[in-house]
Design a protein around this ligand. Sequence first.
Ligand code: F6P
Length: 321
Amino acid sequence: MKRIAVLTSGGDSPGMNAALRAVVRCGIYHDMEVYAVHNGYEGLIDNKFERMSRRSVADILHRGGTIIKTARSERFLNPEGRKIAYANLRKLGIEGLIVIGGNGSLAGAKTLAEESGIPVMGLPGTIDNDLAYTDYTIGFDTAVNTVLEAIGNIRDTSSSHDRSTVIEVMGRHCGDIALYAGIAGGAELVLIPEADIPVEAIVDKVNEGIETGKLHNIIIRAEGFPISSQDLIDILKKGTGQDVKLVVLSYLQRGGSPTFRDRMLATDCGMLAVELLSQGITNRAIGEVGGEIVHLDLAKALETRRTLPEELFEEIKVLSM
Ligand code: F6P
């Protein structure tokens, strides 16, 4: 395989640049021509290719975001848009495409391979950690650490004012950012879409904390949790008589310099993607399982369903007493 392309797609995540750097440099190491596609699948349709040199990815390892930009592409969801994308890839003689993105982006890569016959590789680039085939996605660790820092700041002020605070975090339909940051941050309650909890139990938990002399109550709410943050605030104000504040971390979680873990995961996944293509192995999803970098059939990877780690819930119950 002598000519490959790489793109970043969907919501950006810290570590995407590290993965891009690994793909470009490993490709050049294997005497490949490496092209970046700007703006994700939109750029594929708009023919936005850039031939990359080893210097094109200099000084980006530590930078959040993606220097080749990303987008959510409505046009790529339609066969007409995809046909243009395939023609552009063929015109340039691209023999393999590496896609760095989340669930939807990797599903797009699978469709591209099936419809065009052009081989693909999928790297799990999203802060959501919602790709069940891998323990971690690129950007998740950095996002959780960003939330942890926010929790620390909120603890300081909440305990100064005997307040309860709801902190809303991202993750779309996945609660992992809330779950892991909640445990590591010592939150009193973690509300995630994967686990039902009656409203009464939420109010009781906060009241129990107040009665037992807790300095503050921190409730982490994943954005996919069915009760909205504003409704939750209103319910808690009414049920506890406390001054309950809301902090929405929003896009803070998408930026920042990638952590050591995300840099390593991104680099290892990027390297493996190119190594596999150089050996003629294609249409794989790459990730980390049990501390090892692995690759599996892309279609099978996307069918993987995650079971909620119940023991993590137990931890919160015990530790937040
Ligand atoms: O998929 C990553 C993510 O940050 C989600 O957690 C969030 O719900 C979504 O992207 C926001 O999408 P956008 O960046 O298009 O507003």
